[in-house]
Design a protein around this ligand. Structure first.
Ligand code: ZN
Length: 95
């Protein structure tokens, strides 16, 4: 499908900084698929340029951001807009 993750892109939640492994994505990954590959192929908020996404807990905590048309992705611009609304963005940690 041409969806293979480049080795030089590190995946992490833009808010809590957890990686797909730390987020327990191995549970969802198919056989032979790494947690990173699972997120690369399935995470709707992933910005493939930066490797940033919002994990489910953070996405909900920060008000489930949306963008018209295409789904919301954790691009630099969208994250900057989120920080304008939530000055404490990135300080909250899921328990
Ligand atoms: Zn998170």
């Amino acid at each position: 499908m041409g969806l293979f993750k480049p080795d030089n892109v590190e995946l992490e939640c833009a808010s809590c900084k957890r990686t797909p492994t730390e987020l327990g994505m191995a549970f969802f990954a198919e056989e032979g698929q790494t947690p990173d590959e699972y997120v690369w192929e399935n995470e709707g908020t992933l910005d493939r340029l930066t490797g940033l996404f919002l994990c489910d807990e953070c996405y909900i905590h920060w008000g489930m951001p949306s963008s018209p048309g295409a789904g919301w992705k954790a691009t630099s611009g969208n994250l900057a807009a989120l920080r304008m609304v939530h000055r404490d963005f990135g300080t909250w940690r899921p328990s």
